[in-house]
Design a protein around this ligand. Structure first.
Ligand code: UDX
Length: 490
């Protein structure tokens, strides 16, 4: 993003015909969608049953760490974006109702759809005129059929509501720009009437007019971007969401497997990933090797997608392997730490990064957090730093062996080694002389490949990363052992 959003109440260009929208659920997806719908010119009421959360939002405060969101929230006028706990009032006041409630995983791996059902029942009881009901939560195929059934069972007459599946593809940390500059907008519905209204909602993103506004949030490239609109059946739209996430997770597990092979044969996975990614059929994104994927979506969605396939008699066995590779990736990293440091009991380690990826305070399914737990379990003490996720980590790990530092450098004071576990940009530009001066031993384990092995060796570090030969101070990388063999630390 090259320029800050100015707080201007610019006249809405002619391409926007404001639509009255209710968004049910002020979680990640709901909140970003509500704020962005208001930003592109619609009139939005966002609903949540959590009165405390609603009060906080009414005061212009955002309960999550997400760039742009608070700024955009504060720049909306009170008629374009409101927050309330009254679902019935919001439904009556709106033409389109987005369901964006949570779908947490059950023990079985299936998504828990009870919140979706409860909201559908409430919507049905509140409907007083034609509504488009949109599923925005990540849901399994057939959910739109179920929502239609629940509406009918609760008194909604044919023609009084149409159902649309409109999945989101927002990444934490870039959710606002992902929303405002999407690659594609999927609208899954069999109703022409509902499709026309949905098209109206997204028109400023489809025709690029949003990006031309002087006050628009801009991308780095400052380009005008138009999203591709794709109309599908509701079932296809539901599958597109799960299949997209599964494919991206598969890419990550693929490159992590290749990284392990690179370690065995002394090749460099960064070079291999670049070589693969330059083929436009493959693409360079989601080929960053590391500690495996985490977060609130990939692990949950892969399980849910696998489970659907199994139930439908079309088992997606490939996804089992994607999961297995992902789990093994952390163990593999832990083995490298052990084989370099020998005993972990009594060692003091500096950890940079607790969030599941850089740019967020979210620690759900975080590989970093899971590694910290393992290291503590093996008797190490940890001093950790994360720019945003420390409060969440403190709640998740209650142990006298975990201390939190006030800065990245402070975490390193007197540590036997440094572990970089999350790819925050600031961790990629550390003052290496300062790092060396603070560590008791100049040993760095980089689970995100933020540094070059040759540079680290030159700067006097023993440096162990992913899919690249480990190096020791002032030694040529090519002469060193691969990560698969036990490390010989002098
Ligand atoms: C993901 C999807 O990208 C998004 O479209 C969907 O709506 C929600 O789930 P998110 O979970 O926010 O978004 O994060 P993402 O940036 O996709 O990363 C997911 C995980 O994969 C992170 O742990 C990240 O560190 C890891 N990752 C990502 C890699 O290990 N390598 C990569 O090349 C990319």
């Amino acid at each position: 993003m090259s320029k800050s959003k100015e707080v201007v109440s610019s006249a809405i260009p002619a391409s926007v015909e404001p639509v009255r929208i209710a968004v049910i659920g002020c979680g990640y997806v709901g909140l970003v969608a509500a704020v962005c719908f208001a930003e592109i010119g619609h009139s939005v009421i966002c609903i949540d049953s959590d009165a405390e959360k609603i009060e906080c939002l009414q005061q212009g405060r955002i309960p999550i760490h997400e760039p742009w969101l608070e700024e955009l929230l504060r720049s909306q006028n009170p008629t374009s974006l409101r927050f309330s706990t009254s679902l019935a009032d919001a439904v009556r006041a709106s033409q389109v109702v987005f369901i964006a409630v949570g779908t947490p995983p059950l023990e079985s791996g299936d998504a828990d759809l009870s919140y979706v059902e409860a909201v559908a029942v409430e919507i049905a009881r509140s409907i007083d005129s034609y509504k488009v009901v949109v599923e925005k939560s990540t849901v399994p195929v057939y959910t739109s059929d179920w929502i239609a059934r629940v509406l009918r069972r609760n008194g909604v007459r044919p023609g009084e509501a149409d159902i649309v599946s409109n999945p989101e593809f927002l990444r934490e940390g870039t959710a606002v720009t992902d929303f405002l500059y999407p690659d594609r907008i999927i609208i899954g519905t069999c109703s022409d009437r509902a499709f026309r209204i949905m098209e109206r909602i997204y028109r400023p993103l489809i025709d690029g007019s949003y990006s031309r506004r002087p006050s628009a949030v801009t991308l780095f490239s400052n380009e005008t971007r138009q999203a591709t609109l794709l109309r599908t059946s509701a079932k296809s739209a539901e599958l597109i969401k799960h299949a997209s996430n599964a494919f991206l997770a598969m890419k990550i597990s693929f490159i992590n497997s290749v990284a392990n092979l690179c370690e065995q044969v002394n090749a460099n996975v960064e070079e291999v990933a670049r070589g693969i990614g330059l083929d436009r059929r493959i693409g360079s994104q989601f080929l960053r090797p590391g500690l495996g994927y985490g977060g609130s979506c990939f692990p949950k969605d892969i399980k849910a997608f696998y489970s659907i396939g199994e139930q439908m008699g079309a088992e997606l066995t490939l996804l089992r392997e994607v999961e297995r590779i992902n789990e093994r990736q952390r163990d593999h990293f832990l083995r490298k730490v052990r084989s370099t440091l020998w005993n972990l009991r009594g060692k003091h380690l500096a950890v940079l990064g607790l969030a599941f990826k850089g740019g967020t305070d979210d620690i759900r399914e975080s590989p970093a957090l899971s590694l910290v737990k393992s290291l503590i379990g093996e008797g190490a003490t940890i001093t950790a730093f994360d720019p945003a996720a420390m409060a969440n980590a403190r709640r998740a790990i209650v142990s006298p062996r975990l201390e939190l530092a006030e800065s990245a450098l402070q975490a390193m004071d007197g540590a036997d080694a440094l572990l970089i576990l999350t790819d925050w940009p600031e961790f990629a530009s550390l003052d290496l002389s300062e790092v060396k001066a603070r560590l008791a031993q100049p040993i760095v384990f980089d689970g995100r490949n933020l540094y070059h092995p040759a540079v680290m060796a030159e700067r006097g570090f023993t440096y162990v990363s992913i899919g690249r030969a480990a190096v020791e101070a002032a030694t040529e990388p090519s002469e060193l052992h691969s990560a698969a063999t036990p490390y010989r630390v002098a």
